[in-house]
Design a binder for this molecule. Structure first.
Ligand code: 6R9
Length: 658
């Protein structure tokens, strides 16, 4: 390190606040601090601003209908089509030749689709789906990796009014079956495989195995041939080759189906406290308006930009900020198939340089990996096209924030640390990059119109600096409407904790801990339920536990998240072997494989610790907090209230030995 660099590092290390550069503010979509008051004074009509970003077939009558709270309705009476809003209207407006999607395959090939071409592809696939018998309101499952056919299929579904349910390609066959069963989905679009670190991965076998676990008849399966000859596969009688079907429908014209603002756009299954994933339902009007608005106000997206959200479309971040938000605004959105370190650890920076990316949005876990690899990788590339950086998915520690600011943004790009959830549809707590001071480690104030607070267990707002829980005291357009076919669970999961039902006061509880400072900036502390966050991916400990207990030879298991340098949190399993089984490597291997088979490699345990007993309270509850502390290597508090305090030392010793 040169002396100059060393003094810069030292200065950054001490600096706690950063102002957005003047050059950014001057061109920002939102730069007037008055926007907060404006939204406050005109709430809920302020949300017309979001709805105005869309083209409506029928104008809405009411902005917010709260008669049946918390089953809120937004833009009631309005009608629109999401695919029309993401495609046709840009083409009609003269942007036919603007690039909509730039795709980078892992082996190095690229594909681009202009808005005109994307519309043609979407129409051809929409016609295909219709021919297969898909009707409005039929749930179509999309089990696909990061290939252009995924957003094409999403928009084709939206065009004909069929909600999609995207299942992350890294999820297991079991996870696919569970989700298809829960949604009664009779159609599946998948692919033969994809590339990962140079290998052609077989995906179709996993899809086929999943189909065996579906409890109802699946009418049709469409298979994209991503790998050509790299993987031989045969198709069953109800399985069709994507390209063949699309060729037959080339040039088809499919009118976008007019949808009610409150009609379901998609379902997204996410992890919760119990083993059964939650089917989060998002609607057409509110969700699309909210993702378009936040893309514009927070990500500063402009039609002429090249914008890159390096997430996977299989998660909500990809739905909202690779597909719907950016395309609704008519910008160019980048998709990358592979991993950041293949073929070299500068792959992402090469993509930024060659595509002259303006805006880059990623997860803190990726930034921590970049830090570990070293600054020489970004330094080898010209990243001067970048104007704005963003993070999402988990808390970002100030050190990683500053590294991102210095080595990727060259101290010239604001960073937005955006807190939100699958359920919120879009961003909720973050600075506005053209308005607010940034404080590394703190997401920022709630967005204009968002009534997020930090409260204690009684719902009273906590003092600055005190830890509490996040609540959202007023609805917003992008919010989930319910859990699919399960209103009861919707009420119990999100509204029970802090609402006063008799007074008809409804408070949304996201199950995150937080603290707030004197300026109203919120620092998120993490989940307060049994959900852990591994590399920005949300996993339910209960789902993992039931996978471990399903392994022959395991009697009981507790799963917790422990600190991890790169992943943020990692999965730790504490398990009691069944009598007659040896607590050795073989059982550990099988326990790990059990988790991978039932959920997917993202949930792979960091460590399995066998113990004759789990630490339990006198009332018989497993002391998870204690196991978390052991996993994270923290100081252990008082264990005297345990029924079996001795077991703690045994476990802690084993973890240290490993
Ligand atoms: C978008 C997304 C939601 C959970 C959420 C919280 C954590 C997300 C964060 C963050 C701190 C941020 N989270 N963004 N924590 N700072 N900027 O990630 O959705 O997969 O549903 O996860 O992620 O704990 O409750 P989802």
């Amino acid at each position: 390190m040169t002396q100059e660099e060393a003094s810069l590092e030292a200065r950054l290390e001490e600096q706690e606040q950063f102002e957005p550069p003047e050059s950014f503010v001057e061109q920002a979509n939102v730069s007037d601090p008055g926007i907060y008051d404006e939204f406050e004074e005109h709430w809920p009509e302020c949300w017309e601003r979001a709805a105005d970003l869309l083209s409506w077939d029928t104008p809405y009558e009411t902005v917010l209908e709260d008669g049946d709270a918390p089953f809120y309705e937004w833009f009631t009476g309005g009608e629109l089509n999401a695919s029309y809003n993401c495609l046709d209207r840009h083409v009609e407006g003269g942007a036919e030749d603007r690039t909509a999607i730039t795709w980078e395959g892992e082996p190095g090939e690229t594909r681009t689709y202009t808005y005109g071409e994307l519309l043609d592809e979407v129409e051809a696939f929409a016609a295909t789906l219709r021919d297969l018998g898909v009707e409005a309101d039929d749930v179509v499952t999309l089990y696909m990796p990061m290939i252009p056919e995924l957003p094409i299929a999403m928009l084709a579904c939206a065009r004909i009014g069929a909600p999609h349910s995207v299942v992350f390609a890294g999820f297991s066959a079991d996870a696919l079956a569970t989700r298809m069963n829960a949604a009664d989905s009779e159609y599946l679009v998948t692919c033969d495989g994809y590339y990962r670190r140079g290998d052609a991965l077989d995906h179709i076998s996993k899809a086929n195995e999943g189909l065996e676990g579906v409890d109802h008849e699946v009418s049709d399966v469409v298979v994209v041939d991503r790998l050509d000859d790299a993987l031989e596969h045969s198709l069953a009688s109800n399985q069709h080759d994507y390209a063949e079907l699309v060729d037959e429908h080339e040039g088809a014209s499919v009118e976008p189906v007019t949808r009610d603002a409150e009609d379901m756009l998609f379902l997204m299954y996410t992890s919760g406290t119990t083993g059964q994933p939650k089917g989060v339902k998002h609607t057409t009007g509110g969700y699309l308006a909210y993702t378009a608005w936040t893309s514009q106000a927070v990500l500063d997206v402009k039609p002429e930009d090249t914008y890159w959200c390096a997430a996977d479309i299989g998660w909500i971040t990809g739905h909202s900020y690779i597909v719907y938000g950016p395309l609704a605004l008519g910008t160019t959105t980048v998709m990358y198939e592979g991993t950041p370190d293949y073929p070299e650890k500068d792959r992402l920076w090469e993509i930024v340089e060659t595509n002259e990316v303006d805006i880059f949005y990623t997860a803190p876990t990726a930034i921590r990996a970049f830090m570990k690899w070293g600054k020489e990788y970004p330094e080898g590339h010209d990243l001067s096209s970048l104007r704005l950086l963003g993070t999402v998915g988990e808390p970002i520690n100030p050190r990683a924030w500053k590294w991102y600011y210095q080595h990727i943004g060259d101290e010239e790009c604001p960073i937005v640390d955006t807190w939100w959830q699958t359920e919120t549809g879009g961003m909720m707590i973050t600075t506005l990059p053209g308005v607010n001071t940034m404080k590394p480690g703190s997401a920022g104030p709630p967005l204009p119109g968002i009534d997020a607070r930090v409260v204690d267990a009684n719902g009273e707002e906590v003092d600055a600096g005190q830890a509490g829980y996040v609540t959202v005291d007023r609805p917003w357009p992008g919010m989930l409407r319910t859990l699919y076919q399960n209103d009861e669970r919707f009420l119990a999961e999100y509204w029970q904790e802090y609402s006063d039902e008799d007074a008809d006061e409804w408070v949304y509880f996201p199950e995150d801990g937080a603290k707030i400072d004197d300026d109203g900036y919120i620092t998120i502390l993490g989940r307060v339920d049994d959900v852990i966050n591994v590399s920005g991916h949300r996993l339910g400990t209960m789902e993992i536990e039931s996978a471990v207990v399903g392994v022959e030879g395991v009697a009981e298991a507790a799963v917790v998240g422990g600190d991890h340098e790169v992943k943020g949190e990692a999965v730790y399993v504490y398990a009691i072997p069944e009598d007659g089984y040896d607590a050795g490597d073989e059982l550990e291997e099988r326990a790990i494989q059990g988790v991978v088979d039932s959920i997917g490699p993202i949930a792979k345990p960091e460590e399995v610790v066998f113990t004759p007993e789990l630490p339990k309270t006198r009332s018989g509850k497993i002391m998870r907090r204690l196991l978390e502390d052991i996993a994270s290597g923290n100081e252990l508090g008082n264990t005297s209230t345990l029924r079996n305090p001795d077991v703690v030392d045994d476990i802690a010793e084993q973890v240290e030995d490993d």
